[in-house]
Design a protein around this ligand. Sequence first.
Ligand code: GDP
Length: 369
Amino acid sequence: MNERLTCQGCGVELQTEDPSQIGYIPEKALQRTPTVCQRCFRIKHYNEAASVTMDQGAFLRILSGIGETKALVVHIVDVFDFEGSLIGGLHRFVGANPVLIAVNKLDLLPASLNWNRVKNWVQKQAKEQGLKPVDVIPISAKRGRGFDEMVRALDRYRGGQDIYIVGATNTGKSTLINQLIRRYSDLDLELTVSRYPGTTLDTIHIPLVEGQSIIDTPGIVYPYRLTEIVDAKTVNALLPEKPIKPIVYQLDPEQTLFFGGLARMDFVQGDHQSFTCYVSNAIKIHRTKLERADEVYEKHRGGLLSPPSAEEAAKLEPFLKHTFRIPRGARHDISISGLGWIQVNGMDGALIELHAPKSVRVTLRPSLL
Ligand code: GDP
C-alpha cells in the first residue's frame, strides 16, 4: 500500500501488515466503499468490538483528547494483572472527567470470593497509585457477571455524556464493549466519524440511543507485562481461561519455586511457611533446593521448565533479581505482571528473592485474597 489512506469510520491511517495494530485492513477489503478498518467493519456489521493496540505515546495523545471534552472515563483493569493494567497517571490526561474502574476477570478467582472485598482492595490500591475513581465495579465481561451494577453505575455517573473505555491490552476491553452493545440493545450502529474534524483520535464511536456514544480506544501496550514480551503461544498459556486453582507449597528456607522457565522465587530466609501460587494452570511449577536452582535453570529451561519453549527461552530477556523483605503481621502478595502472584502466608516476615525477565514489573502488595 503506497498512498496514505485513512479509515472512513474512525479516521485512523490504514495499514495491511499487522492485524493486531490499529488501522489494519485486509488487502482485498481496500476495494470496498466506504473504506473502513477491520475494527470499524466488525462493529458495524457484527456488533462486535475487536482488540487493537497502540504504543504509549500515541495512546496518551488520545487520553489528552478526552481531557478536552466532558465524558465519563471507564478504565478497565484486569484483576489478574492489577499492577500491570492500571494506568497510573490517568487523571492527568483525562482532566476533571470522572473515572470509573471496571475490575474484570473476577470469574478467575475462587467462586467463594466476596466481590466487595475486591472492590475495597482495588479502591485502596488505586488510591495509592494516585487514582480516585468515582466507583469500582467488579465484573466478569466474559461471563456477563456484574453488569446490572455496571449499567446502573454508567447511567449514574455519565450525566448524559459520552463514555470512553480505556485500558491496557488483553484486559478484556473488547469483551466488555461487546457486552455493553448487547445490553444497550437499541443501538443504532451507524458509525460516526470522529467529532473533532481534522484531528485523528483513532477512536470508534458506538452511538447510544440518546445521542451519546460509547467510545472504544485502542489498548495501550505496557512493556513491563510478561504477556507483552513472550510469543503468542506463551501468552495463551499465561492468560487463564478457567478459574485458577491456587497451588499451595509448604516451604522451608533455601527452597526455590520455578514458574515454568518464566520466573523463579527463592525463599531465602524465614520460618517454614506456606506460599499460595495464583498463576494460570498451564504454567508448571517446579520445586527445588535453592543451592541447585541455577543449575536446574541452565539445564532445564525450555524443557522441564516450560513455557517458554526451548526456542523462545533462548530469546527471552535475562532475569533480574528483586529482593523483598516481607513485613511482619499481615499477608502479602508478590505480584509478577502478566504471570500472576504468590501469596506469602507467614505473618513473621521472610526474605524472598524473585527472578523475572528484566523488563517485567514485580511488586509487593497487601494480599488481594
Ligand atoms: P482487549 O485486548 O482488552 O480488548 O481484550 P479482549 O476482550 O480481546 O480479551 C483478552 C483476553 O482476555 C481474551 O482471551 C478473553 O477471552 C479474555 N477475557 C476477557 N474478559 C474476560 C473475563 O471476564 N474473564 C476471563 N477469564 N477472561 C476474559
